[in-house]
Design a protein around this ligand. Structure first.
Ligand SMILES: Cc1cc2nc3c(=O)[nH]c(=O)nc-3n(C[C@H](O)[C@H](O)[C@H](O)COP(=O)(O)O)c2cc1C
Length: 354
């Protein structure tokens, strides 16, 4: 049931992707559990060093022989003035004091190792390579495809999807406004690229030649069936898996996910300098006063890293980033396998009822 061109290409049973979620949630346990359940587990590897990336891929392979994906961030060159960075460091100093963190100047040496990460993915011949925040060079896309890796890009508008299609990707994630985590927007500004999943998916489907994966606010079989009806070849679900036992999300974050509602999230640049949807926190509210002067990603991400880590250590979710989509009331603590199974069973039962 629900076999699509994409499930055949990827050799998976169900048209469900567990979203790659960088920063810890997508543990090898989660990725493997989802793949073993017949869907596609995806590792969010944007922040991993090449060594961490290789060893994590090995761990996933110890836990599953099914296909899985690895997701990277296409790097960007921020252009913030030194003055803006120093000013932000000054604004953030109160949080350093709060957690007793030493005020050492952060190192901005390349935190991203995109080329080396790509090299690892090529050597490891991962089944699926997905990316967000832009389009990698042609050599990267072609080299991956030539070795048999399925290449998937992320779009938040039809024009972005068209450019990905022209660049030769095998499939496109259509990331709607509801989605948790960072916006993949790379052409126009984010505020002009906030299209709801219901509107975005069929319009992208109509304008590209490759399968589309619907993403943003999809939490169960209802969302899966609706997405297939809109023309998607699969769905990508992030928030739905965040509170599962296999997810590496912090315990305080999981509790927040389970107690939050559809109106609990906001899109903010406060944590990383790039627009992302997360559960509203004191940190987001405090930083509202500096909006417009927040250094771009990845600079702000580096500037807030120690604060987020200290908050996590102190079990203080108000200063952690709590990325989540708008489907929050539907979050469950079920195992990853159960989430996949229930999603499919619900979609089948609704389909039968028509
Ligand atoms: C905690 C979290 C981290 C995320 N990290 C990534 C990432 O590393 N790469 C990526 O392409 N998308 C990332 N996303 C976005 C997802 O791919 C997807 O668009 C989103 O989860 C879909 O919306 P949903 O959370 O409502 O299911 C992240 C989402 C969340 C919630």
């Amino acid at each position: 049931m629900f076999e699509t061109e994409l499930t055949r290409t990827l050799n998976i049973r169900y048209p469900i992707f567990q979203a790659p979620m960088a920063g810890g949630p997508t543990t090898p346990d989660l990725v493997a559990a989802v793949s073993n359940a017949g869907a596609l587990g995806n590792l969010g590897a944007g922040y991993l060093t090449p060594e961490q990336l290789r060893s994590t891929i090995h761990k996933i392979r110890e836990l599953t022989d099914k296909p899985f994906g690895v997701n990277l961030f296409v790097p960007e060159q921020p252009e913030d003035s030194e003055e803006a960075v120093l000013q932000m460091m000054d604004h953030l100093s109160k949080y350093h004091v709060r957690y007793g963190i030493a005020q050492t100047p952060p190192s901005f040496e390349s935190q991203e190792h995109f080329e080396e990460q790509v090299q690892v993915l090529r050597e490891e011949k991962v089944p699926v390579f997905s990316f967000t925040f832009g389009i990698p060079a042609q050599e990267v896309i072609q080299a991956m495809k030539q070795q048999g890796t399925v290449v998937i890009g992320t779009a938040t508008t039809v024009e972005e999807a068209r450019q990905l299609d022209m660049a030769g990707v095998n499939a496109i994630v259509a990331q709607g406004y509801e989605a948790g985590g960072h916006r993949g927007t790379f052409l126009n500004n984010v505020s002009g690229s906030l299209i709801g999943t219901m509107a975005l998916v069929p319009q992208i489907v109509d304008h590209v030649s490759v399968p589309v994966i619907a993403s943003g606010g999809i939490m169960d079989g209802r969302g899966l069936l609706a997405s297939l009806a809109l023309g998607a070849g699969a769905v990508q679900m992030g928030t739905a898996f965040l509170a599962s036992p296999e997810s590496g999300a912090h315990e305080a974050y999981k509790q927040k996910l389970l107690s939050s509602n559809e109106d609990s999230t906001e899109i903010t640049c406060a944590y990383s300098g790039k627009a992302a949807r997360g559960i509203r926190t004191k940190f987001m509210n405090d930083m509202g006063q500096y909006s417009g002067t927040i250094p771009a990603y990845p600079v702000q991400n580096t500037l807030t890293r120690e604060i987020r880590q200290a908050a996590a250590k102190a079990n203080d979710p108000e200063y952690m980033s709590l990325w989540a989509g708008q489907g929050l009331r539907l979050v469950s603590e079920q195992s990853a396998e159960t989430i996949v199974k229930q999603t499919i069973e619900q979609a089948i039962s609704i389909h039968k009822s028509f």
